[in-house]
Structure formats: structure tokens, C-alpha cells
Design a protein around this ligand. Structure first.
Ligand code: SF4
Ligand code: MN
Length: 277
């Protein structure tokens, strides 16, 4: 079975030529996990991943408000020269600080995690304004949009270059209340216009996947990032997001080309200016 990962599609803004390099095969329907170690990541990715874990830990908890207070209070005073507070180390481990410039990583993590926690909580506050829902949203983390076994018609799939391609991915946060289902994609790092476009696409794919998986739910989607007004933004659904995958030679060049595996061979790659990290 051939599948594409949502992250891979989004990071190159769904460039058709670029996407051809990201097809994966699930052998005997066992997917090779790419998760696990964060050591291959850049510092920015590693701090982002750990900020995700911390916020997910708080939001999925049954004692959400209490944990929010505790974790915010533990993050706030972290300064250069400090150790990671024990309460946080218990949740995210200490590998973030191994083999890295300790102080730099610590402060970067503090900033990313506080921003992400605050913005995610702002989205929850916003959702709780829907009458009758206060304190009643259940929040799941890392829900898969794919099934254990890729099968038609149950598993989420699209026709891409005339083939059936399954779409795999995990959603950072899913808020559930009765027939409402809200997907949220958390983002860390700096804001750039082109990056925001990739967040939109990623969230649109998750919305579409959930509409497929939960046909009786009303699905909405949000991106969460410190740069967004109020900490988050609503993303419109776009069930036709894959319709333009017709010609493998079509390209969508832009600053996302930096993330593309075939940029060195692509005649249309945007190679200047350099990628801002
Ligand atoms: S380098 Fe850019 S234009 Fe070329 S295939 Fe990759 S994403 Fe598309
Ligand atoms: Mn995320």
C-alpha cells in the first residue's frame, strides 16, 4: 500500500513534483516508525517537539486547570543557569539538554513551551464560550487519521496522479464535545508567511480526514501559534486539497523548497534567499 504523510505534503506546500519523493510503502501494513529519537533533529525541532509534549500532557489531563497552573508556574521563572524543574523533567525527560548548549536550549524551550501552552489554552477558552461546553471538552492527543490497515473505503485516501494514495498522520490535539470535533495543529518557531501557508494546508488535510473518519461530526480546524491574533486562527475546510495532483511535473516553488528532498535536482527550486530558521 502506498501512503503519504501529512507532514511531508504540507512542508513542501503540496508541490506535485516534490510530493513524488515522499511516497512510502507500508509492508504487510506495518508502517516503519519515524518517531522515537529526537537526536537527529535540529535544536529548533527538538525544543518544538518537547513543547508539544508538555502542552499535550496538560491539555489531555482530567485535572487540566490544576496542571495548567502548576506547569505555567514552573516554566515562568526558568532562567539561564537553571536546571529544568523536576515537575517538567518528569514529563519531557532530560534528553533535550544532553549534548546541546544547555542554557540556550533551556531558555528556548521555556519560551516555546510557555507560548504554546498559553495559546492552546486560549483556544480552549474560546471553544468553551460555546454555551454548555465549559469544562466538558474532552481532548485527545496524537490521534491517527489513518487506520491500522489501509483499506478502501474505510481508510482516508485520495487519488493522486491517478493512483489511490492513503494519507497518514497524527493530529496534535482533538477537542470533542457531542457532535463537535475540533482539530488543532500546534506550531512553534518563528512566523513566516510561507510557513503559515503550510500550517493552513496541514490543518485542511486533518479537517478533511476527520470528515471522512467521523461523518456524523461537525469538524472545525485551527492552527495555534504565538504570532496569530489571540494565539490561534480558524482554518477553512478544503476537501479539494488534492485535486491539483494531476501532473507530476507541476511545481509550486517557494521558500518551502528548502525543505524539499529534490531541491538539488529541481530546475524550478527557489534557492535564494536562504531559508530563515
Ligand atoms: S524544490 Fe520546490 S518546486 Fe522543486 S519539487 Fe521541491 S518543492 Fe517543488
Ligand atoms: Mn504541531
Amino acid at each position: 500500500m502506498t501512503y503519504l504523510r501529512v507532514n511531508d505534503i504540507a512542508k513542501i506546500l503540496g508541490c506535485p513534483n516534490g510530493v513524488t519523493k515522499y511516497f512510502r510503502e507500508s509492508k504487510n501494513n506495518v508502517e516503519y516508525s519515524l518517531n522515537g529519537s529526537i537526536y537527529g533533529d535540529t535544536d529548533a525541532q527538538a525544543t518544538g517537539t518537547k513543547a508539544h509534549e508538555l502542552v499535550q500532557y496538560v491539555l489531555e489531563s482530567n485535572e487540566r486547570e490544576e496542571k495548567y497552573e502548576k506547569i505555567s508556574n514552573a516554566l515562568d521563572p526558568i532562567e539561564i543557569g537553571m536546571e529544568l524543574p523536576e515537575i517538567i523533567e518528569e514529563i519531557i525527560g532530560n534528553e533535550l539538554l544532553l549534548g546541546r548548549v544547555h542554557d540556550k536550549a533551556l531558555v528556548k524551550f521555556r519560551n516555546e513551551a510557555s507560548d504554546l501552552l498559553r495559546c492552546s489554552n486560549q483556544l480552549l477558552d474560546y471553544l468553551e464560550k460555546i454555551p454548555g461546553t465549559k469544562g466538558k471538552w474532552r481532548i485527545n492527543i496524537e490521534d491517527s487519521i489513518h487506520e491500522k490497515v489501509d483499506l478502501i473505503p474505510g481508510s482516508y485516501h485520495k487519488t493522486i496522479f491517478e493512483n489511490i494514495i492513503f494519507i497518514h498522520g497524527n493530529i496534535d490535539l482533538i477537542f470533542k464535545y457531542e457532535d463537535m470535533l475540533v482539530v488543532a495543529e500546534m506550531k512553534t518557531g518563528s512566523h513566516q508567511g510561507w510557513k503559515e501557508d503550510t500550517w493552513d494546508l496541514q490543518t485542511q488535510i486533518y479537517i478533511d480526514a476527520c470528515e471522512h473518519k467521523y461523518p456524523n461530526k461537525k469538524v472545525r480546524g485551527f492552527a495555534i501559534h504565538k504570532s496569530l491574533d489571540g494565539g490561534f486562527k480558524h482554518i477553512n475546510r478544503n476537501p479539494k486539497w488534492a485535486d491539483y495532483f494531476v501532473d507530476k511535473k507541476d511545481t509550486i516553488p517557494g521558500e518551502h523548497c528548502f525543505s524539499c528532498n529534490i531541491k538539488a535536482k529541481c530546475p524550478n527550486a527557489l534557492i535564494y534567499p536562504p531559508h530563515p530558521r
